[in-house]
Every structure is written in structure tokens, then in C-alpha cells.
Design a protein around this ligand. Structure first.
Ligand code: AP5
Length: 217
């Protein structure tokens, strides 16, 4: 499964829930890269300034990281990608990688949303430092301010959720990632969902789409 959509469309929110339901890993390249930055690895050192500008990290760095991740045993029953692939080159590489490892072709959920809604979602987002649970101070606040309902972890704001970085992130999406909708659409692997609806409604539609695809395969 792949979630495709602009920053703030709700990829992480839906991918976490879906992965939980099916008992498979949620693989967010954004989370993986942030972990590298936090640990100060050589990859993190290269990625940090790029992420702070709102640009995409080069394919070569991301692809190596993905290959290593999906070869771990917990991925043997499938996985949910959030934020990957993000360029046509990444999608082609993934197609080959899945073939090599004997997986079926991916199924892509395209979260479609007007960009005017995204600013509120991104500037209001807070994420749990411990478990990665996602909140929004405007629309999905925690019960206690700054504290995760699930594990009591501290809620933090991502450095790239500042207004001045959101513009470049949206531009990078339009230029480099949006063409993937056409790419996967032509392969007959894409289902589009209106991501402006509530989290629960989007979740229902995601589940329906996944069930219908699983039934058809
Ligand atoms: P990444 O972490 O992937 O960020 P992103 O794609 O910009 O997406 P977001 O995480 O911002 O949004 P989301 O769609 O997951 O929304 P969420 O569910 O959190 O990437 C960060 C950076 O890493 C990139 O800029 C790039 O530099 C680098 N990178 C990552 N992957 C890469 C790759 N493959 N190649 C190259 N570079 C890569 O929701 C957002 C907010 O909205 C939350 O507050 C949530 O509560 C709220 N919300 C969600 N759904 C709803 C709803 N239906 N109604 C109301 N509120 C909602």
C-alpha cells in the first residue's frame, strides 16, 4: 500500500491506522529521515539542511534506506508506505524491488485536497515524540495540552511545519511528486479519495478501497 498526497493531506494519519488494522509496519520515509537527523548519522547530516528548506532528499539516499527497511523480517507480510515513493524514479525502483522480493504490485491511495486547507493542518500539527501519534491543536487536540493521549509522550511541532517552509514543500510536491498520480493511474493501480472529509470518513473510504482491491486480487 502506498499513500500519495501533498504535505498535510493526512497520509500519516491514515497510514498509521491502516497499518495497525492489518498488523503490518507503517513505513514513513519522513519519519525515518527525521530519526537519522535526530541520531546525527551521516545520512541525517546530509538530509537535515534539505528537509529544513522543504526540498526532497536525493533519490540515492532514500532508496538505499528503503531497500534496507523492506528486507527486515517484519515486512514479510506487507507494509504501508507513507511519503514514498515521491518521484517517478523512486516509483520505478520500488516496482523492481517489489518484483525481486516476490511481492504483488502496490496499490496506491491518492489523497486529493485543495491546498488552501493544508496550511491550517500543517501549522496546527503536533506529533508525539514517543509513539509518533498525530494531533492537531485546532481540529484533533489531545485531552491534555502537549501530552499524547496514548502513551503520555511530549507533543512537538515539526521544524518544517513553519509557514516559510510549507510553500517550498508544496512546490516540491507539485513538481516532483504529483506526476506519480498519472504514473500509477496509467498502471491501473490508483484510487483517489477526497481528503477534505473528516479523518473518520476518509478512513472508511480507505478501508473500502483496500478491501475491494484485496477481494479482486
Ligand atoms: P514527510 O514527513 O513525508 O512529510 P509530508 O509528505 O510533507 O507529509 P506530512 O507528514 O507533512 O503530511 P501527512 O500527509 O502525513 O499529514 P498528517 O497525517 O500528518 O516528509 C518530510 C520531508 O522529508 C520532505 O519534505 C522531504 O524533505 C523528506 N522526504 C520524505 N520522504 C521522502 C522521499 N521519499 N524522497 C525524498 N525526500 C523525502 O496530517 C497533517 C495534520 O492534519 C495533522 O495535524 C492531522 O491531525 C490533520 N489531519 C489529518 N487528516 C485530517 C482530516 N481528514 N481532517 C482534519 N484534519 C486532518
Amino acid at each position: 500500500m502506498i499513500f500519495l498526497g501533498p504535505p498535510g493531506a493526512g497520509k500519516g494519519t491514515q497510514a498509521i491506522e491502516l497499518a495497525r488494522k492489518y498488523g503490518v509496519p507503517h513505513l514513513s520515509t519522513g519519519d525515518m529521515l527525521r530519526e537519522h537527523v535526530c541520531k546525527g548519522t551521516p545520512l541525517g547530516a546530509k538530509a537535515k539542511p534539505i528537509m529544513e528548506r522543504g526540498d526532497l532528499v536525493p533519490d540515492s539516499l532514500v532508496l538505499q534506506m528503503i531497500r534496507e527497511r523492506i528486507e527486515r523480517p517484519d515486512c514479510s507480510h506487507g507494509f504501508v508506505f507513507d511519503g514514498f515513493p515521491r518521484t517517478v524514479a523512486q516509483a520505478k525502483y520500488l516496482g523492481e524491488l517489489l518484483k525481486q522480493h516476490g511481492y504483488k504490485r502496490p496499490f496506491v491511495i491518492h489523497l486529493v485536497i485543495d491546498t488552501t486547507i493544508l496550511l491550517r493542518r500543517l501549522t496546527g500539527r503536533r506529533t508525539c515524540k514517543v509513539g509518533g501519534e498525530i494531533y492537531n491543536i485546532y481540529d484533533r487536540p489531545p485531552k491534555v495540552e502537549g501530552i499524547c493521549d496514548k502513551d503520555g509522550g511530549e507533543l512537538v511541532q515539526r521544524p518544517d511545519d513553519r509557514e516559510e517552509v510549507i510553500g517550498p514543500r508544496l512546490q516540491a510536491y507539485e513538481k516532483q511528486t504529483a506526476p506519480l498520480a498519472e504514473y500509477y493511474g496509467r498502471l491501473g493501480l490508483l484510487r483517489s479519495i477526497d481528503a477534505a472529509k473528516s479523518v473518520e470518513e476518509v478512513g472508511r473510504q480507505v478501508l473500502q478501497s483496500v478491501q475491494s482491491v484485496r477481494g479482486a486480487r
